[in-house]
Every structure is written in C-alpha cells, then in structure tokens.
Ligand binder design. Structure first.
Ligand SMILES: [Mg+2]
Length: 132
C-alpha cells in the first residue's frame, strides 16, 4: 500500500528536508502534498485522500495544534495518523499533543527517526518490507 502524505510546515526548506527523508526512508510513498500553514493543510485534506499528516506546530494563519484539533473534530479526518515535527520543548504542550494521538519528532531529526515513527503511527510491520 502506497502512503499518501501531507506535509504542513511554514518553512519550505523544512518541507523539502522532510520530503527527502521520506524518500530515503524506504517507505512506500504515494502522492505527497504540501501546505504552508494549518488552514492550507485542512484545505489540502479536503482535496486529496491522505493517509498520513506530518505537521509543524509554529506556523502563521493557523498553527499545528489548531489544525490537529480541527482534524479530530471532523469525521473525515479524525482517524488520520499524525506526526508532529517541531522544535517545541514545552512538556505541557507535548503532553497535550500525545493526548490527541499525535506522535512527536524533535527537530533536527534523522531519516531513521522519521521512518520508525511513521511505521509506529501507521502500525506498519518491522524491518522487512512486505511482512505486515
Ligand atoms: Mg514553523
């Protein structure tokens, strides 16, 4: 199964780094779409079938936390796995994200971290491809 991914980050450089890591991860990628803030992210979710959302926290217009809240309130998007990638250090904020079912990756990150975290949230199998 190819994974359709939406990357939401206000930094184009960061989106490119995440995309590169996804390509290096060996995960079966389908379509990858990008958005620069939470509102654009929600719009993209309306337009494209998405299996996984990778989202930053600090963004203009609508931040990642609000985007996640909105996703969880809608039947169409409430079950989509979410990985937050951020420099966020506040334990309270991270705890809140966990309660919303989002996994967390700290910037800077390695491709392996992204791969393993995605495997976890998408409940994919172990190291061997095709064993799930
Ligand atoms: Mg940001």
């Amino acid at each position: 199964m190819a994974i359709n991914v939406l990357i939401v980050d206000d930094s184009g450089v960061m989106r490119a780094m995440i995309l590169k890591s996804l390509h290096m991860s060996g995960l079966p990628l389908g379509d990858v779409h990008q958005a620069a803030n939470g509102q654009e992210g929600l719009d993209a979710l309306n337009q494209h079938w998405t299996d996984l959302v990778i989202v930053d926290i600090n963004m203009p217009v609508m931040n990642g936390e609000e985007m996640i809240d909105r996703m969880r309130q809608s039947n169409e998007t409430k079950d989509i796995p979410i990985v937050v990638i951020s420099t966020e250090g506040s334990k309270t904020r991270l705890e809140k994200l966990k309660q919303k079912g989002a996994a967390f990756i700290h910037k800077p990150f390695s491709p392996e971290t992204i791969r393993d975290t995605i495997r976890n949230v998408m409940k994919l199998g172990g190291d061997d491809e095709g064993t799930n």
